[in-house]
Design a binder for this molecule. Sequence first.
Ligand SMILES: [Zn+2]
Ligand SMILES: [Zn+2]
Length: 136
Amino acid sequence: MATKFTGGCMCGKVRYECTADPIFMGNCHCRDCQKASGTGYEAAIGIPAATLKVTGDVKYHDNKADSGNIISRGFCPECGARLLGKTSAMPDLAMITAGSLDDPTQYIPQLDIYVSSAQPWDHMNPALPKFPKMPM
Ligand SMILES: [Zn+2]
Ligand SMILES: [Zn+2]
């Protein structure tokens, strides 16, 4: 299978590649993603976990989401760049942060979630579907 996505951290110690089409691409405006990213939202690409190949150590920080699931956010322990994610709710799913891609223009967001906590200074694309919390 052809490589679809490649990316990595700032210092280059962590690299990843993925060979599958994305399951979703979306912006999460929840408070945890704001805290973790240090800005208005996280731009995440969901992919099948089995198709993600990572080289280098990723440090995961676990956090309980309001759904009760554990969200694990992956960082490079050397440079602190935010890279990958996973959730206890869907063990077969992995997430890539759009900004860590070698070519971030590959990110084409399809929706905004947790817009109930979106910030007034965070301009959202009016054309994208919006969900106050998790769409279900
Ligand atoms: Zn790094
Ligand atoms: Zn979030």
